[in-house]
Design a protein around this ligand. Structure first.
Ligand code: GAP
Length: 468
């Protein structure tokens, strides 16, 4: 993980935010290569789930919505994590996460906790706050930063929404929230989409955008941050068809990760939520988990949310959220399947999955084995010697018509290859005078390091074929 973070920072993927002012903890900026990589992942997601599916549409709703949206959705009263403070150091933690770590460390003995504390599962998130406090104190859970202290305050609810205000006054009537998820923007626009699109159910709406959560314990680089981007889909369907569609979306999301982004299948798994863990309104929920350098964690949540959200907005707003089925002459509130993934978390997944160290000629070779579709720079153009820069620039201009390229004339060829490997550039085009006279250039492949002579007139097509 440390190597990955170092490479990201050194190679223009992700920077510490506002570094010249001493940084704001856990905030990150995406540098020139990081921005391109993130954009590529986003565009592939849009291509897969909007462009290639006739029944899907894209939406871009506001970050600041009417605050009643968050009352109806349950976020104002329920979007919270259990906060617990170490009285000695004043550090703040999520009680449920500390308890999860305790349970993991106890192995099979963890089940004793159920009888000892009269809890009917080993999912601390579902325990009442008083119970979480009792177990924290009873089991003398240590502060993970110093391994010593267990002087805990009572666990209390901490709402994760960032508040801000509009207008000039500062009273509660002007309070608005930075959206903690993009999903609600889709729900509240459901009547608009229905009216304007004339789509028949099942259909879906996709959205990519920023979300904000005042996380108690952000961390693991860009895995959990307070400001992040989500790529969410609400797929509206007829009640009764939801479980089958939920299963189909699980497969589609996994295929996207394995086939489109070419992630290693052994680093991915489904984790279906069992009955204890399911939200009261959900018929089924599954996480796709990824084996990050710090363990298996949720990457993508796929939830069958039934008609909970549309009904909640209908009750609060009094707007009609029903759908009229013209074939069966029937009106109903649609059920919803929600596949939701964090773009930044997926970015980290792509980086971690592609990070490769290989030994060649007794030297370690570090490179990002990115799928060419995802790679920020597709072609790196380099003249063998500086003085033929004019020829190389001509090839660069030809390639730049179709691909994001980079021109580089500084350093030995070997060093330049190493630089392009480190940022995952799949193709390197090397120009030398002799070959240029025969209207040819050398293409060097990142993974195999093999080289091939290609006619300049066929170069763009040659690369295009290999990007598919
Ligand atoms: N609308 C459903 C929803 O927001 P979630 O499980 O809270 O569900 C969905 O979030 C996805 O968003 C997660 O699977 C994760 O990929 C990403 N995500 C959530 N919180 C995040 C955070 N603080 N930082 C980065 N990504 C986050």
């Amino acid at each position: 993980m440390k190597d990955l973070v170092n490479l990201s920072q050194a190679r223009w993927f992700v920077y510490a935010w506002s570094e010249i002012y001493g940084w704001l903890a856990n905030s990150w900026d995406y540098g020139p290569y990081g921005s391109l990589l993130k954009e590529n992942i986003k565009n592939l997601w849009i291509k897969e789930f909007v462009q290639k599916k006739d029944e899907m549409m894209l939406l871009d709703s506001s970050i600041l919505l009417n605050p009643k949206v968050w009352v109806a959705s349950g976020h104002v009263w329920g979007f919270s994590d259990p906060l617990i403070d170490d009285k000695n150091t004043k550090e703040r933690f999520r009680a449920d996460k500390l308890l999860e770590a305790l349970i993991e460390s106890l192995w099979e003995k963890a089940s004793d906790l159920q009888t000892k504390y009269s809890v009917n599962n080993l999912i601390p998130e579902s325990w009442p706050l008083e119970k979480q406090t009792e177990v924290m104190r009873g089991e003398k859970v240590v502060n993970p930063n110093n391994w010593e202290v267990w002087d805990w305050t009572d666990a209390k609810k901490f709402n994760l929404m960032f508040k801000t205000s509009i207008w000039i006054t500062d009273d509660s009537s002007s309070t608005v929230y930075m959206r903690p998820e993009t999903a609600q923007g889709i729900f509240v626009d459901f009547p608009n989409v229905l009216r304007t699109s004339r789509k028949k159910i099942p259909f879906g709406v996709a959205q990519v955008g920023k979300a904000f959560r005042n996380e108690i314990t952000p961390g693991n680089f860009i895995f959990r941050t307070r400001e992040f981007e989500q790529m969410e889909i609400e797929y509206f369907c007829e009640p009764g068809t939801d479980l089958e569609l939920h299963a189909r979306w699980k497969t589609d999301c996994m295929n996207f990760l394995q086939s489109t982004l070419s992630l290693n299948s052994e680093n991915l798994r489904f984790r279906d939520h069992d009955a204890d863990e399911l939200s009261f309104y959900s018929n089924a929920t599954c996480d796709i988990e990824y084996k990050f350098p710090f363990g298996w964690w949720e990457l993508w949540g796929i939830a069958d949310r039934t008609d909970y959200d549309l009904k909640a907005h209908m009750a609060e707003s009094k707007a009609d959220m029903s759908y009229f089925d013209p074939v069966n002459n029937r009106k109903y509130i649609p059920y919803v399947i929600e596949p939701s993934v964090g773009l930044n978390r997926l970015f980290l997944t792509v980086l971690a999955d592609s990070y490769t160290v290989e030994w060649a000629w007794e030297e370690a070779r570090t490179y990002l084995k990115l799928d060419p579709k995802v790679a920020p720079i597709k072609v790196w153009v380099l003249p063998v010697v500086k003085k033929i820069w004019d020829l190389a620039k001509k090839v660069y201009s030809q390639l730049a018509e179709d691909f994001v390229c980079e021109y580089d004339e500084v350093g030995t060829i070997g060093k330049r290859y190493a630089r392009m490997d480190e940022i995952g550039t799949p193709f390197c085009v090397t120009i030398d005078s002799a070959n240029y006279e025969a209207w040819k250039v050398t293409v060097r492949f990142r993974d195999s390091m093999e080289q091939e002579l290609v006619e300049i007139s066929e170069l763009n097509e040659f690369i295009r074929k290999r990007l598919k």
